[in-house]
Write a protein that binds this ligand. Structure first.
Ligand code: EA1
Length: 207
């Protein structure tokens, strides 16, 4: 298979039915604070463990609310997120992040509309992948997440990049340059395309 841009990768992944039974934007509960929590929890662990941690909290406290996380005790939160590993550190960072969101944006909805990548990257424990996951899946921004799955997949096709942002640029460019051909498939929604593209990559590589 000859791959000359990311559009070719997307076409290669199509018709493999990778997102059957998955939510529209792939990430469960896209657009909610729960995605912010999931993006932090998934660092250095498997998604299955994140799901356990997310559900632990939901069984007891119903949903993930930023005000509740921002005002809880690190040891209280840590107990719920244990399955995701590094739970003491992750608990502290989630509480700090929640407080900073509330301090700088007032509420989650305002954060979702107005946060930018620089703000996210200035937070302790947030790197490029986490920042882009939050922007794409919690804030519905037109941006594509790069992760180890993406890097491994594209290496199979003979591509390697010097930096996170170079790889990201390559992926986004291939989509944008072929947007005319993709528009209808993705309801004219670039975010939907980037979400599902990254989702397909993860689901393919996980198999
Ligand atoms: N699966 C593997 C996932 C992941 N990161 N890594 C996933 N499914 C939904 N996800 C969201 C985030």
């Amino acid at each position: 298979m000859e791959i000359s841009n990311s559009y070719d990768v997307l076409m290669w992944l199509r018709n493999k039915n990778l997102l059957e039974n998955k939510p529209k934007y792939w990430w469960p509960n896209a657009g909610s604070f729960e995605v912010v929590v999931g993006a932090i929890l998934t660092q250095n662990t498997k998604w299955e463990n994140v799901e356990k941690a997310l559900n632990n909290w939901k069984e007891k406290n119903k949903e993930w609310k930023i005000e509740e996380v921002g005002s809880c005790d690190p040891s209280f939160l840590a107990e719920f997120i244990k399955p995701a590993g590094f739970y003491n550190q992750k608990a502290k960072r989630l509480i700090m992040l929640s407080r900073n969101i509330l301090k700088d944006f007032g509420n989650f909805e305002n954060f979702r509309e107005n946060v930018d990548r620089e703000w996210l990257l200035s937070q302790k424990g947030i790197g490029f992948e986490t920042a882009d996951s939050i922007l794409c899946y919690a804030c519905f921004r037109d941006t594509m997440v790069m992760d180890t799955y993406t890097k491994r997949l594209i290496k199979k096709f003979g591509y390697e990049f010097d930096s996170y942002d170079e790889m990201k640029e390559w992926f986004e460019r291939g989509v944008i340059e072929n947007w005319d051909k993709l528009k209808d498939l993705y309801e004219n929604d670039l975010n939907l395309c980037f979400s599902r593209f990254h989702g397909k990559i993860v689901e393919y590589m996980k198999k």
